[in-house]
Write a protein that binds this ligand. Structure first.
Ligand code: NAD
Length: 432
């Protein structure tokens, strides 16, 4: 094997993002462990296609603001590229590239016929009115129209975006091409060709993985406790699904604060609190059924399973040794830094890595895309049973890889994902 490429080649436009460097660091470690060809490793480190656009938006006040939007397609080797669209003020090109790379491994682990992609706009969605969000979304769609398409690149919701965002993209794209094209996005409302169970799919997939890990460790879900960071799509559904298994949710946090109740948080009552008129930030803060705690205590609250389901790089060398969980189930993408991973590897924490744990979303997105192309819709039982089958199949393949190569769960998952994409690249050859 020739020497691996440097972490980032000179002039690499993604290189000043810590998240991109983290994704490359993970890839380099697994490339070394599986003896991957250096040329293939370099191709996998460099996203295939990226577009940066300016998105001017007329504010309700009449002022015009310009936001920066990104779409990165990491790999086109395995098929149509697929990945979410994120609205967050921290978004930059490198972060989107890292998320696109992780999508490639995730799709490969799940055996889905997709390459990885991701998009984002550097904006705080909480500071936009609904009309401003609509104008932003439509203009962004128009700006990246040349690199998306139902057989080219398909978006889905991610942090800060939702079913309504997808409906606006669907409408804007359809107006451009002149016919209704629901297969341009997934995670849209069911009435518009969305898939039943897509909204809940990521949290359900997280819960299937947790149940599987509990079975392996001999833990009964009814006696377990959970701490969840994030009460958005992934975090809230994970709380619902764990509650159905009898697991007590003892602490939850969001971007505004954290709450704890050692006797178990009433998740239905928390949903009502978050949706209550007057709770404009839709936050868990102020919930009467729990006490407020400092954010710094959330992730280190003792529990059976810790579910980071908000953002990347929250488990670092500063808090990794203080985690008091038996299972770490990564609902978010990239929540654990490689340095924190090394610390966790020396503990008895069972890690369900992001590229496996949160793959339920893209899996049901795949079902939605297939249904839209075939114009034949499935019912929710079919969706959920297929999701469970694919998630458990992937979990067991990762487990088997971990045992066969004596890898931790993250290395095993990345190993499977990277090997699949690398094999496909080798078989297709290098054009011309
Ligand atoms: P969301 O916007 O619905 O919810 C995000 C949640 O995180 C909110 O509760 C928000 O308050 C909280 N949050 C934001 N910043 C925080 C901070 N600094 N500290 C604590 N909490 C914070 O987003 P989502 O769709 O649930 O996505 C969450 C994570 O899951 C992201 O990493 C995303 O990439 C990943 N993910 C989402 C999907 C999906 O289907 N939506 C699929 C796979 C992975």
């Amino acid at each position: 094997m020739s020497a691996l490429p440097p972490p980032v080649s000179p002039g690499n436009p993604f290189g000043n993002s810590v998240t991109y460097l983290m994704a490359c660091q993970q890839l380099r470690a697994v490339a070394r462990a599986i003896d991957l060809d250096a040329g293939v490793a370099e191709r996998l480190m460099t996203p295939k296609r990226s577009q940066v656009v300016s998105v001017p938006v007329r504010r309700d006040s009449g002022r015009t603001d310009v936001f920066i939007g990104y779409r990165v397609q990491h790999s086109l080797t395995s098929g149509t590229s697929k990945g979410g669209l994120r609205y967050s003020k921290h978004v930059d090109l490198g972060e989107v590239a890292a998320l696109a790379m992780w999508m490639s491994w995730k799709c490969a682990i799940m055996n889905l016929p997709f390459g990885g992609a991701k998009g984002g706009i550097a904006v705080d969605p909480a500071e936009l009115s609904r009309n401003e969000k609509e104008r932003l979304t439509r203009r962004f769609t128009d700006e990246i129209q040349n690199i998306i398409g139902p057989r080219i690149d398909v978006m889905a919701p991610d942090m800060g975006t939702d079913e309504q965002t997808m409906a606006w993209i669907y409408d804007t794209y359809s107006m451009k091409v002149g016919y209704a094209c629901p297969e341009i996005v997934t995670g849209k409302p069911v009435e518009l060709g969305g898939c039943v169970g897509r909204r809940e799919a990521t949290g359900r997939g997280v819960t299937y993985c947790i149940q599987e890990a509990f079975d392996e460790l001999g833990i009964r879900a009814e006696t377990a406790t959970a701490v969840v960071q994030g009460f958005g799509n992934v975090g809230s559904v994970t709380c619902d699904e764990l509650t159905k298994l009898g697991t007590k949710i003892v602490a939850i946090g969001d971007r505004y604060g954290s709450v704890r109740n050692p006797n178990g948080i009433d998740v239905a009552a928390l949903h009502a609190h978050v949706r209550a008129p007057g709770n404009d930030r839709k936050t868990v803060v102020g919930f009467a059924g729990a006490e407020a705690i400092p954010d710094s205590e959330l992730l280190t609250t003792p529990c059976t399973v810790l579910v980071p389901a908000a953002m990347e790089r929250v488990i670092t060398p500063d808090n990794a040794a203080k985690l008091k969980c038996r299972v770490l189930a990564e609902g978010a993408n990239g929540p654990t830094t490689p340095e924190a991973d090394d610390i966790i590897a020396r503990s008895d924490i069972f890690v369900i890595p992001d590229v496996l744990c949160n793959a339920g979303g893209v899996t049901v997105s795949y079902f939605e895309w297939v249904q839209d192309l075939a114009q034949f819709m499935w019912d929710e039982d079919e969706v959920n049973s297929q999701l469970k089958k694919l998630m458990l199949g992937a979990f067991r393949r990762v487990r088997a890889e971990a045992k066969a190569r004596k890898f931790g769960m993250r290395s095993a998952a990345l190993s499977l994902g990277v090997q699949k994409v690398a094999r496909e690249k080798e078989m297709r050859g290098l054009y011309p």
